[in-house]
Design a protein around this ligand. Structure first.
Ligand code: CP
Length: 306
C-alpha cells in the first residue's frame, strides 16, 4: 500500500493511514537494526542526495545511515565548499545534481518552503529534513514512534510540547502528527514564545510548567534556539530555567512519572537539567535510534512508490 504523496514535505494534512503505515513499516526496520548485519537490499540501485544547507548532527547522520542500511547510494552535499558559495542558485544547484540521475533528495534549509520549491523544479522524491521554522516531519514521526514504543499507543495520550514554540519546526510537525493520531496536545512556554494563531491548531496553551507536568503523560521538551535569536524573548537564561527548566526537584514536587522527550541538541542546564537529560524519565537516545528506522521507512515507502 503506497503513501498518498510521493514527497514528505510536512505532516500538515498527511492522513492518519500514511502516518500509521510509516510507523508500522519502521517497526520492521527497527528489528533490522538489531541484527548482526544491519542491511537489507530494498533500495539497491537508487541514489539519494542529502542536501544540507544548515547544520545537523542527528538528522544528517540518521538519513545517511538509513540510506546505507537500505543499500541505496548516498551522496552528501554541504552548502559550504559547494558552488553555492560562488553564487549558484538553489534551482541551478538542484537541476545540476538531478542531471547526474538521482532518485531522492533529503533537504534541510533555513528557508521555510524550500522542500516545496524543490518539488516544482525537479522530478525526484523530496523529503523535508527541516525547513526554517516550518516543519521537521521525520523528527515528529520518530517522536511518535518512540512514544508508541514506550507507552503502547498514541491515541488518547496527553502530550505537552514545552519551550520555544514560535521558532520550532519540531513543534509544528508534532502538533499536526499527534493530533491526527488522536493525542490531546498542549503547549507550554513563555508567552513571548507562543504564536498567537496556535490555538487555531486545536492545542491548549499552558503557561505554568508544573501544571503541564501534572496534566500530561508526555513532555516533548524543545531546545531554546539561541541561534535564532530566542534569547531576546525572555529576560535571562536564569529566569527561563527558573520558570520552565525541568529538573529532578520539579519532577519530584509534582509526583509524576512523566515520559520526557527532547529532539536534541540539548542545552544542558537550560531546558533540562543534566540529571533529567540522563535520567530514568527520558528516552532521548531511544528517539535517536528509532530515527534511523523511521527514516528507513520513509525512504523505502517513497522510493518504491514511483
Ligand atoms: N533533532 C535534530 O534535528 O537534530 P539535528 O539538528 O542535529 O539534526
Amino acid at each position: 500500500m503506497p503513501l498518498s504523496s510521493r514527497h514528505l514535505l510536512g505532516l500538515q494534512g498527511v492522513p492518519g493511514e500514511d502516518i500509521q503505515l510509516i510507523l508500522d513499516t519502521a517497526t520492521t526496520f527497527r528489528e533490522v537494526l538489531e541484527r548482526p548485519i544491519k542491511k537489507v537490499p530494498t533500495l539497491q540501485g537508487k541514489t539519494v542526495v542529502n542536501l544540507f544547507f544548515e547544520s545537523s548532527t542527528r538528522t544528517r547522520i540518521s538519513f545517511e545511515l538509513a540510506e546505507k542500511r537500505l543499500s541505496a547510494d548516498s551522496i552528501n552535499f554541504s552548502a559550504s565548499g559547494s558552488s553555492v558559495s560562488k553564487g549558484e542558485t538553489l534551482k541551478d544547484t538542484m537541476r545540476n545534481i538531478e542531471a547526474m540521475k538521482v532518485d531522492m533528495v533529503v533537504v534541510r534549509h533555513s528557508a521555510a518552503g524550500t522542500p516545496l520549491f524543490l518539488t516544482k523544479v525537479c522530478n525526484s522524491n523530496i523529503i523535508n529534513a527541516g525547513d526554517g521554522i516550518h516543519e521537521h516531519p521525520t523528527q515528529a514521526l520518530l517522536d511518535m514512534y518512540s512514544i508508541r514504543e514506550k507507552l503502547g499507543k498514541i491515541s488518547g495520550l496527553k502530550v505537552c510540547i514545552v519551550g520555544d514554540i514560535s521558532h520550532s519546526r519540531v513543534a509544528l510537525s508534532n502538533i499536526y502528527g499527534l493530533k491526527t493520531m488522536g493525542a490531546k496536545v498542549s503547549i507550554c512556554g513563555p508567552s513571548t514564545m507562543i504564536p498567537k494563531y496556535i490555538e487555531e491548531l486545536g492545542v491548549d496553551v499552558i503557561y505554568n510548567i508544573d501544571e503541564a507536568i501534572q496534566e500530561n503523560d508526555v513532555l516533548n521538551v524543545l531546545r531554546i534556539q539561541l541561534e535564532r535569536k530566542a534569547r531576546e524573548y525572555f529576560p535571562s537564561i536564569r529566569e527561563y530555567v527558573k520558570y520552565f527548566g525541568i529538573d529532578d526537584e520539579r519532577l519530584e514536587k509534582n509526583g509524576k512519572d512523566i515520559l520526557i522527550l527532547h529532539p536534541g541538541p540539548i542545552n544542558r542546564g537550560v531546558e533540562l537539567s543534566a540529571s533529567v537529560a540522563d535520567g530514568r524519565n527520558q528516552i532521548i537516545l531511544n528517539q535517536v535510534t528509532n530515527g534511523v528506522a523511521v527514516r528507513m521507512a520513509v525512504l523505502y515507502l517513497l522510493g518504491t512508490s514511483n
